[in-house]
Design a protein around this ligand. Structure first.
Ligand code: 2DT
Length: 212
């Protein structure tokens, strides 16, 4: 291992519509990196294992009703409660593959009509990803993939609005991945892109914060 002090893991975020393949790609990516000798761990948001995460889960299952701003802040708090753990793992050289992050927070809440700047504010100061991968698929195509699971946001009309919000949110640094291809093709492309970033971070790129 040629990892020197200052060498850290990369923070890699996967974003996209429901059924774009994020979750299986995240798992495959962690496995690929581990096999290549780069320690990696999977995080996902919402993290339903915490008390806040259980409130979010109950809302998504429509077992509870919450005001749009209230649930937005819970999603953000659910990221804040993992911030220090994520930072210490990164500083210990572990690459984090994160299935949804603050961009989902802004895209989904602004799709309900909330102001984008208001949506971004509570996530200010969270760790900024080194790389955002957007798994691009049309809302129609996504909805045909094995059907939605019946959670609150899994409806074609709403996903169309989310897709528009993501378009507003993304910048030139995002890598847009064509998610219409086979799982293996997508996996290979993602692995190659991410390896570059992992190497850059090991060479001492510093961690920064949202929303710079
Ligand atoms: P999963 O199906 O990936 O578990 O997501 N969501 C997610 C938000 O509205 N705000 C957020 O901050 C995050 C992280 C996207 C469950 C749903 O929760 C939405 C889909």
């Amino acid at each position: 291992d040629n990892c020197k002090s200052g060498c850290r893991g990369a923070l890699v975020v996967l974003e996209g519509l429901d059924r774009c393949g994020k979750t299986s790609q995240s798992a495959r990516l962690v496995k690929n990196l581990d096999e290549l000798g780069y320690p990696a761990e999977l995080f996902r948001f919402p993290d339903r294992n915490t008390v806040i995460g259980q409130m979010i889960s109950s809302y998504l299952n429509s077992d509870s009703q919450l005001d749009d701003r209230t649930i937005h802040l819970l999603f953000s708090a659910n990221r804040w409660e993992k911030r220090s753990l994520m930072e210490s793992k990164l500083r210990n050289g572990i690459t984090l593959i994160v299935d949804r992050y603050a961009y989902s927070g802004v895209a989904f809440s602004s799709a309900k009509g909330l102001d984008i700047e208001w949506c971004k504010a509570p996530d200010m100061g969270l760790l900024a990803p080194d790389l955002v991968l957007y798994l691009d698929i049309s809302p129609e195509k996504a909805s045909e993939r094995g059907g939605y699971g019946g959670e609150r946001y899994e409806q074609l009309e709403f996903q169309k609005k989310v897709a528009k919000s993501y378009e507003i949110l993304r910048d030139a640094s995002w890598k847009i991945i064509d998610a219409n291809r086979t799982v293996e093709d997508v996996q290979e492309q993602i692995r190659d892109i991410v390896l570059d970033y992992v190497k850059t971070c090991r060479n001492g790129k510093s961690l920064s914060q949202l929303w710079l």
